[in-house]
Design a protein around this ligand. Structure first.
Ligand code: ADP
Length: 473
């Protein structure tokens, strides 16, 4: 089957979060199952020259976006058995930022239009386009107006990785920027609160909608999680499925990872101890300190639950833990953690940065990974942590609930708490610390984590079932 994965970021080329991990691994898993899955993404200037040097220029065309007539170059390369297409337009993508510009609506509308515009010249036609999040939400919308015969019959699946970011824009740009008929707005398909809402449009127009975990799919019926779209989701429940993300277990492999100081596997955990010492030494903490290290690797945004960490920080340290934070985001949290590092010298390390090497050092060297999320569509951090023998302590919500089985239950692989409070979180930390006191039990837990099947294999099958089912619509 031919599948085109349209996405705004994909590892290892460009990554700001878990979406890139998924785009860099699900298509690979589909190819390994004998399908032809290809990926299309923008050619950002932040994509390293080392990758650009490997790309081949295929052709250029023009994309009609309302009254605009925009150049669209297409570059390609093959990586780990997957063909990638890069959409080149320097006006839109030669910038330091990936997201967050004033004209993001126009940039990703261009990209969505380009995804469809290049297909007739690729010499390869997808049967399904899997679009992801608001940046590619216009693909099913544009496709529904498409006249070109060569695009007829292509089905679309829209995957929601995070409903918090819906692609909302002022209603005045329906025609002028997006080039869409006013009646599409007036009929309510892309209208929400009198704004344009691109995600809403995709939910209505796509042949199927997926979210990145079964629990998140359930939660999205609830206004607390759905950020206003609960009724839209209710209306479309018949074509809604939750599939938990997998991990690129070749990329994330403590036995082979070149970014960590010492490799290790479940049977030989001395390497993990060496990683912990090197991590502590490199962050200016005492490497011989035996205290457990608890870490957070995350965007520092509200829904990740950092208000709980901030308010309970002193209590965490008083319990005899050391805390390592890696992340950027909300200035308030950046300030709180930087300040905590000053107040708790040697016990708190605040790394206010985005750094993939440092992230891997922490995954390998920490003892526990803390994810107290208010909501979490899937979460990859807890899965990467498990793979590196770092025990997750999570709030039981969304994908965290689906992937972390609490201690005491059969085949437990971590700790969880339900109540969104500092008290709830500290309870789970205390439970983890009590097990930590028993090294034999703790080692068993680490080994169970490292033995988890976190691969894409079964989730990729579920995506395939959906791709097949939409063929019959
Ligand atoms: P989200 O997609 O909501 O950001 P996920 O847990 O699904 O959260 O995925 C986050 C991904 O981004 C993981 O691969 C994690 O290691 C990575 N990551 C997050 N923050 C940083 C950071 N500051 N430096 C390096 N990698 C990071």
């Amino acid at each position: 089957m031919n599948i085109l994965y349209a996405v705004s970021e994909a590892a290892p080329f460009i990554k700001t979060g878990g979406l890139a991990d998924v785009a860099g691994s699900l298509p690979k898993a589909l190819c390994e199952k004998g399908h032809d899955a290809r990926v299309v993404l923008p050619l950002y200037s932040r994509i390293a020259d080392a990758w650009r040097d490997k790309m081949e220029f295929l052709f250029f065309t023009f994309v009609e976006l309302s009254w605009r007539h925009q150049y669209c170059g297409v570059f390609t390369l093959e990586h780990m058995g997957v063909v990638y297409y890069f959409i080149d337009n320097e006006y839109y993508f030669k910038r330091d930022s990936v997201y967050g510009d004033m004209d993001d609506g126009e940039r990703f509308a261009f990209f969505s239009k380009a995804v469809l515009s290049i297909i007739p010249q690729l010499g390869w036609t997808p049967e399904v386009i899997n679009c992801n999040d608001w940046q590619t939400a216009l693909v099913p919308v544009y496709l529904s107006y498409e006249q070109d015969e060569r695009l007829q019959g292509i089905r679309t699946v829209f995957t929601i990785h995070n409903i918090e970011y819906q692609g909302r824009f002022g209603s005045e740009i329906v025609g002028d920027v997006f080039g869409l008929p006013q009646e599409l707005f007036d009929s309510g398909i892309i209208r929400f609160d009198n704004d344009i809402n691109l995600m809403k449009g995709a939910i209505y127009k796509a042949d199927h909608v997926t979210t990145v975990s079964p629990s998140y799919a359930q939660e999205l019926r609830d206004p607390f999680f759905a950020h206003g779209l609960e009724r839209v989701i209710g209306d479309n429940a018949y074509k809604f499925t939750g599939i938990v993300n997998g991990l690129d277990v070749v990329r994330y492999n403590p036995k082979r990872d070149k970014l960590i100081p010492k490799n290790f596997g479940p049977r030989s955990l001395t390497g993990k101890q060496a990683c912990k010492q090197e991590l502590c030494r490199s962050l200016g903490m005492d490497e011989n300190d035996e205290r457990p290290v608890i870490a957070c690797i995350s965007r520092l945004v509200g829904h990740k639950g950092f208000d709980l960490v901030a308010q309970s920080l002193d209590e965490i340290i008083n319990r005899g833990l050391r805390l390592i934070i890696l992340g950027t985001g909300d200035k308030y949290f950046e300030g709180v953690f930087a300040d905590a590092e000053n107040r708790h010298k040697g016990s708190v390390s605040a790394n206010i940065m985005y750094d993939e090497t440092r992230a891997m050092m922490i995954y390998a060297g920490a003892d526990m990974m803390l994810m107290p999320s208010r909501s979490e569509p899937c979460g990859l951090t807890q899965m990467i942590a498990m793979r590196y023998g770092t025990v997750p302590i999570v709030r039981a919500v969304g994908g965290l609930k689906d992937t972390v089985r609490p201690y005491g239950e059969e085949k437990s692989n971590g700790f969880n708490f339900y109540e969104y409070s500092g008290h709830g979180m500290l309870g789970a930390i205390d439970y983890a610390l009590s097990v930590w006191q028993n090294p034999e039990e703790w080692t068993k837990l680490i080994r169970r984590d490292m033995a988890e099947d976190l691969s894409w294999s079964s989730s990729a099958d579920k995506y395939l079932e959906i791709y097949l089912s939409v063929q019959n619509i």
